[in-house]
Design a protein around this ligand. Sequence first.
Ligand code: SF4
Ligand code: SF4
Ligand code: SF4
Length: 252
Amino acid sequence: MADGVRGKVYGRRRFLKQLGQGTAAAAALAYPHPRSPHAATAKNPQVRYAMVIDTRRCVGCHACSVACKAEFDVPLGFYRSWVEYVEKGTFPDVRRSFLPRLCNQCSNPPCVDVCPTGATWQREEDGIVEIDPDICIGCKYCILACPYDARFANPVTGTAEKCDFCLHRVRNGLEPACVETCIGRARIFGDLNDPNSEVGRLLATTAVTVLRQEMGTKPNVYYIAADHTGEGDARAGQYVRVTTHRRQKDRR
Ligand code: SF4
Ligand code: SF4
Ligand code: SF4
């Protein structure tokens, strides 16, 4: 579905009326809703945008989080992109590392599967998972379905929100705001299907990991040298503190 179609076909109010009102009715509908203007999912897009985050270069400055908040006017206490501090050990043998976080633009996104209106969808052109605010009814199913806690309900608009790799910038040949502002060049963005892109080269030559691989979501955000074993270590009884500097989890 072409970008221009987005939002033109159905206004949110009209869409709700046609649904028969309410999330209960919406939940009973098969996905994708036949009136959704969007295609279902992109299984093999020609371009597959991805991000590689080299945690060895991240200094935990939060410039990426600030740039993102400014780009999208994200309400206070909520984040589309954020940086976690992972602290391990017992004094004096302690270690702190940084884990930048954002929507993983999963190839197999559970948030798309649960959306009753088709407001969450995956672009055929490049695999980016997007939200159409005109047909989002604010049911929060997608927020609960995301294993990465990447979404929140915007208290101003009442609709779901998350990172979209700065699609409005990428369309115009720019990098996402967090990438452009990163002082350590820790964030690298590009098409992983292009072997000549920096992302393509890194993925071909460098060991990377993804978050929660066991979920089968196939993330497209890759980490170099990331210490994202915090939760497992905490369960094993070691001292681990993960600081997220955000509150959206408490405000669902
Ligand atoms: S990280 Fe969460 S919100 Fe983003 S595509 Fe994956 S499941 Fe959906
Ligand atoms: S809150 Fe999420 S699941 Fe519900 S309609 Fe909006 S995008 Fe879809
Ligand atoms: S701007 Fe770059 S260096 Fe700073 S916290 Fe974000 S990813 Fe790390």
